[in-house]
Design a protein. Structure first.
Length: 426
């Protein structure tokens, strides 16, 4: 007797999760680009479940493939392979009952004419995986795709890359930047205060329902992402340009410190969100939408340039990224960063400072950019003293600037990978 879709619990969320996994792995689309479109017909509960399923499965995709390998004589069609991966994740990582998972993915195979003849394979393989699921816990941490892992090994060595991969596989807790009283908010929200002053929540939560959100007492921002504004540390009344401002966490920080902030970004829609958060948090900044390379403004006392980059430091939050990118667009980003640094230096007042940062693990987007900038501008120097703030360990600072990595604070859940430096002329 054929199983009806309506008889299978959780099918809608699984169907959406599988469609999202296909979008990432087959269409090379970021989850942020397709999530709303492909979950718009779901209930809030199913939408959240589908997002959680695909995000967590992507973190351990390498492990899923290792579990499947012994049970596949050859790799099936991509859509079918992705269904098997989702099934393995649910059985092995989530501990779901095999009969329900198998029933669901067999049913999803039946829904497509091109995959219906694979239902027997899906049934047999997932049942075999269930018999082997004890092996899951002894598998090594998932490895990054070769195109990214190879340059990281060159930059950091195999042991460090393995340590970063171990943290990335566990996901990321929720970090908040609070306007004041981090100890009080940590107690209220059941979190902990990190050495840099961020409040970290380890449990899964609905952000908008937390105390203090509606009142604008805090905003979501990874601990590492909060460091550039803390390092810039403007004097009250300083005119500061947040040069590539979206999504706006640094703009909020600078405004809360009392700076007169101009927030500049090329994306009108993203700057709309920045304005919403400014309003929610009762903070103000001048919003400017435009190309940073063409912007005419200043001069400024200080500039914060969080340059467009590969975002390889954010994989613990965005595990789809290494499967969508292939490194082909990297040279263009490196060149853009050079131009942005030069443009920023031209908008500074004499004696002003430029905080340059990227949420990247690649040396080409950090230390190498500084070395190249000093060649183009012989009077440029790195202000290392400005990098020595609370929460920054001395060993994180090198000759060109500050480097954070996912495996730092690993026992607390890690942090995003960032490069941050302070540049001054003369």
């Amino acid at each position: 007797m054929k199983t009806r879709s309506s008889d299978v619990a959780g099918l809608a969320a699984r169907r959406a999760a599988l469609a999202l996994l296909d979008a990432v792995l087959l269409e090379k689309r970021l989850l942020s680009e397709v999530l709303l479109q492909r979950t718009k017909d779901l209930s809030p509960e199913d939408r959240a479940r589908s997002q959680r399923l695909v995000t967590e499965a992507l973190r351990v995709l390498d492990r899923c493939d290792r579990m499947l390998g012994p049970h596949l004589s050859k790799r099936p069609a991509p859509h079918v392979m992705n269904a098997l991966r989702m099934g393995v994740f649910e059985i092995c990582a989530m501990g779901e009952a095999a009969h329900g998972v198998v029933n669901a993915y067999v049913t999803l195979m039946q829904e497509r004419p091109k995959s219906s003849h694979f239902k027997g394979l899906v049934n047999a393989v997932l049942r075999k995986v269930d018999g082997d699921k004890a092996k899951w816990d002894v598998l090594p941490a998932p490895m990054l795709p070769k195109w990214l892992r190879k340059p990281l090994v060159v930059d950091y060595g195999k042991a460090t890359v393995a340590a970063m991969e171990a943290v990335q596989a566990k996901g990321a807790p929720l970090d908040l930047t609070v306007k004041s009283d981090p100890e009080g908010w940590a107690k209220t929200l059941g979190g902990e205060v990190l050495p840099n002053g961020s409040v970290r929540l380890s449990r899964a939560v609905q952000v908008t329902k937390l105390d203090g959100f509606a009142a604008g007492e805090w905003w979501v921002q990874d601990a590492a992402a909060s460091l550039p504004a803390r390092i810039l540390s403007p004097e009250k009344g300083d005119h500061v340009l947040d040069m590539c401002a979206a999504p706006g966490g640094k703009t909020l920080q600078l405004a809360a410190m009392g700076a007169h902030v101009t927030a500049l970004d090329i994306s009108e829609s993203r700057m709309g969100r920045v304005q919403e958060n400014l309003t929610r948090c009762a903070l103000s900044a001048e919003i400017a939408v435009g190309d940073a390379l063409e912007y005419e403004g200043g001069p400024f006392d200080a500039i914060l340039l969080d340059a467009p980059c590969t975002a390889t430091g954010t994989i613990r939050r965005h595990p789809d990224l290494p499967y969508v990118k292939d490194g082909s667009d990297f040279p263009g980003l490196f060149e853009l960063q050079e131009h942005l640094i030069d443009r920023a230096l031209g908008m500074l007042k004499p004696g002003g400072k430029l905080v340059y940062c990227t949420c990247s693990l690649l040396i080409d987007e950090g230390e190498e950019q500084v070395r190249d900038a000093k060649t183009r501008h012989p009077d440029l120097r790195v202000d290392l003293d400005a990098l020595r703030i609370n929460g920054v360990a001395p060993e994180w600072i090198g000759e060109e600037g500050l480097r954070t990595r996912p495996d730092y604070w690993a026992e607390r859940g890690g942090m995003d990978g960032f490069f941050i430096t302070v540049l001054r002329r003369g």
